[in-house]
Write a protein that binds this ligand. Structure first.
Ligand code: IPE
Ligand code: IPE
Ligand code: MG
Length: 246
C-alpha cells in the first residue's frame, strides 16, 4: 500500500482533475529515442493515472491528448499520434468496461481523421452506461475554439428565438461548452516543467488550483499523482473571501 495514497483525505477529493500531459518528446530524447517512443510510453502513464483516479473516487479526469495547435507538428508525428489513439482506445476498452469507466471526448472531433473518429465514437458508445468515472479526452481541442463555437451557437439560437439574450448567465454559457454537465476542475496538473495553459479549458479553470511538476509525462506515476492531490489538499481555497471567513 502506498503511504502517499493513505494521506489523501477522501472527503476533500477533487471531483474533477484536468491534466496537461506534457514532456513525451523530451523524455524520448533523454532516452536517445524518437519522439514517438515517448508518446507510446506516455500511454502507460495514462493507464496508471486513470486507474489511480478511479480507485480514489475522482469523478472526472480530463486529459489533454491533442491540441488544435498540434496539427503543426511533423506529419509523421501527427499520424503516429492518431494511430496510437486508435490502438489505445481499442486495447483499453475491456479495462474501461471492467472498471466501469466511461469514455468521453471534447474538442473539434469531426476534424479528426475518419478512422480515429470512428474508433473514438465506438469507444464512447461502448462505455456510455459506465458510471464510476468519466475519462474525458481533449482531442483536437482548443479553448478559444470552444468559446467561439459556443458564441456562434448562442448567436444562432438567439436568431431562431430559442435563446433570450437576457437569460445568458454563467450556467447558460456553460451549457454551450463541450464540458456541458461536467463540473469545473478543482485541480489542473501540468507535467514537464512548462508553466503555461496552452489553450486548455480557459473558462473552466477560472478558479482551479494549478500544479506544475518537472516530471515528464511518461515518468508520471501514481505516487506523482497522489503528491499533486496532497499539494492541492494543503491549499486554502478562499474564492475571494478572507481566511477567517472560511
Ligand atoms: C505531450 O508531449 C504530448 C502531446 C502534446 C501530444 P510533447 O510531445 O509535447 O513533448 P515535449 O513537450 O515535446 O517534450
Ligand atoms: C499541450 O502541449 C497540448 C497537449 C498536451 C496535448 P504542447 O506541448 O503542445 O504545448 P506547448 O506547445 O508547449 O504550449
Ligand atoms: Mg510539449
Amino acid at each position: 500500500m502506498s503511504e502517499l495514497k493513505d494521506q489523501i483525505d477522501l472527503q476533500k477529493l477533487p471531483r474533477h482533475i484536468a491534466v496537461i500531459m506534457d514532456g513525451n518528446g523530451r523524455w524520448a530524447k533523454a532516452h536517445g529515442k524518437p519522439r514517438v517512443f515517448g508518446h507510446k510510453n506516455g500511454v502507460k502513464s495514462v493507464r496508471e493515472i486513470t486507474e489511480a483516479a478511479a480507485e480514489l473516487g475522482v469523478e472526472y479526469l480530463t486529459l489533454y491528448a491533442f491540441s488544435t495547435e498540434n496539427w503543426s507538428r511533423p506529419k509523421l508525428e501527427v499520424n503516429a499520434l492518431m494511430h496510437l489513439l486508435i490502438q489505445t482506445v481499442r486495447n483499453e476498452l475491456k479495462t474501461l468496461n471492467d472498471n466501469s469507466i466511461r469514455l468521453n471526448a471534447i474538442g473539434d472531433l469531426t476534424k479528426l481523421p475518419e478512422k480515429t473518429y470512428k474508433v473514438l465514437m465506438e469507444g464512447i458508445e461502448n462505455t456510455k452506461t459506465n458510471n464510476r468515472m468519466t475519462l474525458n479526452l481533449a482531442l483536437n481541442y482548443s479553448s478559444r475554439w470552444e468559446i467561439l463555437n459556443a458564441v456562434k451557437k448562442m448567436a444562432s439560437d438567439i436568431k431562431q428565438d430559442v435563446l433570450d439574450p437576457k437569460a445568458i448567465d454563467e450556467s447558460c454559457f456553460e451549457s454551450y461548452l463541450t464540458t456541458k454537465g461536467i463540473p469545473d476542475p478543482e485541480l489542473l496538473i501540468r507535467t514537464s516543467g512548462e508553466q503555461r495553459i496552452s489553450n486548455y479549458l480557459l473558462w473552466q479553470i477560472a478558479y482551479s488550483e494549478l500544479y506544475f511538476t518537472n516530471v515528464y509525462w511518461p515518468d508520471f506515476r501514481k505516487d506523482n499523482f497522489y503528491k499533486a492531490i496532497l499539494d492541492y489538499q494543503s491549499r486554502e481555497r478562499r474564492f475571494g473571501k478572507t481566511s477567517e471567513q472560511l
